[in-house]
Write a protein that binds this ligand. Structure first.
Ligand code: WTA
Length: 651
């Protein structure tokens, strides 16, 4: 289906009273672009400030001096905005619904009063361990309420949290503890998921072997499973929480003080620590959460992401809680105990807004609509997707079987770096097209550039790379400890713009279609992986001489990981070795980085200067080698025939 043949879906009935109407969108968007300081100066008052700001926007994209500051002289505390300010009206309202992995265990409803008590106590525990303002705290927790308590407790005392996804390996955890210089890591004994358990504490023990002896370990005894215990280093956090005071005065923080670091993959080198600050990020997360999901008081909001990713930060914790919302945290997986679990949870908790990834939709689509039809989904009002382009078939299935044609679908394009939604539909205001993220959010100025010349392509019906022309409050401020890398990664290639790394088409209606990454980042089940990371894991194996990793289209995951591996002299390829390498990558990075296909490559296509020609490797992995283009610059063109001959992905 060509993009141009896809028709607009009108806004379903019942959204006349949406928070943003079509007229509002046009008017507010125009204002946000023509007068950003006026627009954001007003929106900034959504937050409670200890000291109001007088300056709104002070941003500069000029290469060599990139600097991004919003609300710079304002003073606030993020945990106060997510908790304290709601207490007069919402003390008994549910803040967090916790749905455990095992459907036979009771769900928990945590009120704002209880959230306040837990976060204050958790903050006092952190203080008792010597954590101070500006210190880094790594959080390696599953999807349990304590993850939200830990984040907000850090925010309360001005410590900077850095969450490491619980699916990452001990090595990946150690790298992040060391890069951030964390004083403390917070983990749990074990984490049940889909009926199986991950041994988080023992992973943490393994990671800490590679870290300074001074790093302490707070353990949430979640399942009560036996773990090893190092006296003096390991601390039982739940026990200590009972002993400390339920009052911890919030630390006044500057709007530009870091709130968190989140590591994400790039096209080169090791993952970088994306830094978000307090005022702009929180405002942007709150505002996008409210408008994009048309969130109204009393709604139950469910984002199925993990708190280990930015989606969980912005749309499980900070955005919803800043808005005084009820947010659902789900410990389990969509397909356990059966393929109806998501819908069972929607029915059980009367979920109003449901936000998930295309990969989950495709997986559930494959199980058949009967799993959806079993459940009463009449509470649903808005559906969302995030993480990767959604194919129109999955969109149409989601709309028909889950939304019953009554729920607008918001396809939200954004990134760890952007803090919140950038290009997205709005439920009552923007007509949708399956597969398109539609139009920019307030204050976002997308530009499509010619990839070679860097010239902006004006008008509609153009395709190129996606950049953003001016700053917005949720933008990342720097790479932790490496501002130079920040400037080089995002501002060097196309001077004067923030470069997203994505390709994009603006169609005849001015709608945006994200076509995927144009750099060496691949998107596996909505998770971002740097091909360089997988390569360096592979070459760390003693039998591997060289490796090149590319993405290829995968029916369920969006993209799969395809690895070309050259073995050391004298090492024979075998299925056993293939399994060994898969296991190796799992332990070096984590299960999400395991290659789907490994091809033994006696040689890799290289230019005479020794550069691997990835374009060719991508084509072969896609099983599309008819148009390989010019291979005459290769040092040894014959390796290409060999690779084609033994390709792994054949249609
Ligand atoms: C991709 C996740 C198409 C994109 C919030 C981006 C999408 C990367 C969409 C960021 C979408 C995310 N349509 N592509 N709606 N949402 N992406 O940092 O390639 O984990 O650059 O942030 O995911 O992934 P990240």
């Amino acid at each position: 289906m060509s993009i141009e043949s896809i028709k607009k879906h009108p806004v379903p009935a019942g959204f006349e009273a949406a928070l943003v109407t079509p007229g509002d969108y046009a008017r507010l968007y125009a204002e946000s672009i023509s007068d950003p300081a006026g627009f954001w100066g007003r929106e900034g008052r959504r937050l409670d400030w200890i000291q109001p700001y007088s300056r709104v926007k002070d941003t500069d994209f000029t290469l060599g001096q990139v600097s991004i500051k919003w609300f710079e002289d304002g003073i606030l505390n993020a945990s106060v905005n997510c908790i304290d300010r709601h207490l007069p009206r919402r003390a008994t309202q549910t803040a967090i619904i916790f749905e455990p992995d095992d459907p036979n265990q009771p769900a928990r409803h945590i009120t704002y009063a209880e959230l306040s008590d837990k976060v204050n106590r958790f903050a006092n525990v952190l203080l008792s361990q010597g954590v101070m303002r500006g210190d880094r705290v790594v959080i390696y927790l599953p999807m349990i309420p304590e993850a939200a308590y830990a984040m907000l407790a850090c925010a309360r005392i001005g410590a900077i949290h850095s969450i490491v996804f619980a699916g990452f390996s001990p090595d990946a955890l150690a790298n992040r503890i060391n890069d951030s210089g964390a004083k403390l890591v917070i983990t749990a004994d074990t984490a049940p998921r889909g009926g199986r358990k991950t041994a988080l504490k023992s992973n943490t023990d393994a990671a800490l072997l590679h870290c300074s002896d001074r790093v302490r370990c707070l353990v949430v005894k979640h399942t009560g499973d036996q773990t090893s215990w190092i006296e003096g280093r390991d601390v039982d956090v739940l026990k200590l929480m009972e002993e400390v005071s339920p009052d911890c005065p919030p630390r006044p923080m500057g709007a530009e003080d870091p709130l968190f670091i989140l590591y994400t993959s790039g096209s080169t080198g090791k993952p970088k620590g994306v830094v978000h600050t307090t005022g702009g990020y929180l405002l942007y997360a709150a505002m996008t959460h409210q408008y994009v999901f048309d969130y109204k008081d009393g709604d139950v909001f469910w984002c199925t992401a993990d708190v280990g990713w930015v989606t969980g930060h912005s749309y499980i914790v900070y955005g919803p809680l800043a808005n005084g919302a009820t947010t659902l945290m789900f410990e389990g997986v969509p397909t356990w105990p059966d393929a109806g679990r998501f819908w069972a949870v929607c029915e059980k908790h009367r979920v109003n807004q449901f936000y998930t990834a295309p990969t989950a939709i495709r997986a559930l689509m494959g199980q058949g609509p009967e799993w959806v039809e079993k459940h009463d989904l009449s509470s649903l009002r808005v559906l969302g997707t995030v993480g990767e382009p959604i194919n129109p078939e999955a969109w149409v299935w989601y709309d028909k079987h889950v939304g019953k044609g009554r729920c607008p679908i918001v396809d939200t394009w954004w990134q760890t770096e952007t803090g919140g939604h950038m290009i997205t539909s709005l439920p009552g205001a923007i007509e949708t097209k399956p597969g398109s993220a539609t139009l920019p959010f307030f204050g976002v100025k997308p530009v499509v550039l010619d990839p070679q010349s860097g010239v902006a392509l004006d008008g509609d019906g153009v395709e190129g790379v996606l950049c953003i022309a001016d700053s917005w409050p949720g933008q990342m401020r720097t790479v932790w400890g490496d501002h130079q890398r920040f400037m080089e990664t995002y501002f060097q290639q196309y001077p004067g713009y923030y470069f997203t790394g994505d390709g994009c088409r603006r169609d005849e209606d001015g709608y945006y279609w994200i076509t995927g990454r144009v750099d060496d980042v691949i998107n596996v089940s909505g998770h971002r992986m740097g091909t360089a990371e997988v390569e360096s894991a592979l070459v760390a194996h003693e039998k591997v001489a060289e490796a090149a990793v590319v993405g290829y289209p995968h029916p369920l995951k969006g993209q799969g990981i395809y690895a070309y591996v050259t073995l050391m002299n004298g090492v024979e390829p075998s299925d056993g070795l293939r399994a060994e390498l898969e296991k190796w990558v799992r332990t070096e990075i984590g299960p999400i980085a395991k290659p789907d296909l490994i091809q033994w490559a006696p040689g890799l296509p290289k230019t005479r200067s020794g550069k691997i020609m990835r374009r060719i490797l991508r084509k072969i992995a896609e099983d599309d080698f008819a148009a390989l283009g010019d291979i005459s610059t290769l040092a040894d063109p014959s390796v290409v025939d060999e690779l084609i001959e033994n390709r792994m992905n054949r249609h």
